[in-house]
Write a protein that binds this ligand. Structure first.
Ligand code: SF4
Length: 355
């Protein structure tokens, strides 16, 4: 058998191309240019790592201006992405909606694949790139369109409310989408006293506690949030006396019952900024806590988080690669575009404050 030795892996090849095409040395000029970003994240990123990140941040920002691109970063992205190169930050839906308001021809989605699909649904004429299309999600991959159709056959006439953490194919067979912040509002707004709420069993169970409607769900879960337990919360309380503990509703109900506040990503950020507790534990994805910490001086953020491996597939190197090579472009089958977009737009319509 022929064996090739010393061959470069695809990542090494990409690094070699980036090193040849960009100046990635940590010069005095780059240090000065990126100083404001470093000042913001210096409590979260060791100084020794900055000479690696700073040239990439500098080159990404330069290239995105040249290519008329906008970078969207989810709250779970690392601080060097969130504060270094992102133009728009937020949860997945905020990102996709905000992207409709900018002139850029290209969107680079720093998040997971379903988020890039949602951006494409709401921005069909723009090119949407994701730096690593393998960035998946345990919730989105837990259910297929065929599964939803089978549920519909089992519960004829019952409306399907689908969490935005789902594929475009699943959204296309959905009546209306929801987020973790508007889930209850959407469940109350759809017709009938029974609702199918998919694919997150815990978001469904946490919502079911607040409504009289009967909720039918699916056994999907977020691998980051499902592992937290009530015992974990008790241990955190013992380890950090006086700290406030807040959690995301993708956690099991026993966790939500044990914390001081439960809310969506944006709800948790607002809570910390308003309450300004002396000490807080965010029971969610770790980078979210880092990013909120960088803008809330005087609040001590204590560790009680998990890392999403899918979100962490996105890094500064593959963002530069994505912009440089216009890859990997996110496409959605023509026949899915209209019905999937309609489910998202119906949610936006349902969540609009009544005047
Ligand atoms: S944190 Fe959970 S819901 Fe979000 S992308 Fe990761 S696996 Fe999916």
């Amino acid at each position: 058998m022929i064996q090739q030795i010393n061959a470069l892996t695809p990542i090494e090849e990409a690094r070699a191309v980036l090193a040849a095409d960009f100046d990635l040395k940590f010069s005095k000029a780059i240090e000065t240019e990126t100083r404001p970003v470093f000042e913001r994240v210096k409590d979260r990123i060791p100084e020794i790592e900055w000479p690696f990140y700073a040239p990439l941040i500098f080159q990404i920002n330069k290239l995105k201006r040249e290519k008329n691109a906008v970078i969207l970063a989810h709250n779970y992205q690392t601080p060097q992405i969130f504060y270094g190169v992102a133009d728009i930050v937020g949860d997945s839906l905020q990102l996709a909606i905000e992207a409709t308001k900018v002139e850029a021809e290209t969107i680079v989605q720093c998040g997971v694949h379903f988020m890039a699909e949602t951006s494409k649904l709401l921005n069909p004429s723009k090119r949407v790139l994701i730096p690593d299309s393998r960035a998946g999600c345990s919730l989105a991959s837990s259910i297929t369109a065929e599964d939803v159709l089978a549920m519909r056959a089992q519960y004829p006439g019952v409306p399907v409310v689908t969490y935005v953490n789902s594929s475009a194919a699943v959204k296309a067979v959905t009546d209306v989408c929801c987020t973790s912040s508007n889930a209850l509002q959407i469940v109350e707004a759809v017709e009938g006293d029974t609702v199918m709420m998919i694919p997150d069993q815990y978001l469904a169970q946490n919502t079911a506690k607040k409504t009289k409607k009967k909720i039918v769900t699916w056994a999907g879960a977020c691998e980051v949030h499902e592992t937290f337990t009530a015992d974990d919360i008790a241990e955190l309380r013992a380890a950090y006396p006086g700290a406030r503990i807040i959690a995301h509703p993708e956690c099991p109900p026993e966790v939500i019952d044990a914390v001081d506040f439960a809310g969506s990503t944006s709800g948790m950020i607002d809570w910390v900024k308003t309450e300004r507790p002396a000490k807080v534990v965010m029971v969610t994805e770790c980078s979210m806590s880092d990013n909120v910490a960088a803008e809330t001086e005087g609040v001590a953020f204590l560790r009680g988080c998990n890392i999403c491996p899918h979100m962490k597939r996105i890094n500064l190197e593959n963002i530069l690669w994505s912009l440089h090579t216009d890859t990997e472009e996110v496409t959605i089958a023509e026949e899915l575009m209209e019905p999937a977009r309609a489910a998202v737009e119906r949610m936006i319509e349902f969540s609009r404050p009544k005047t």
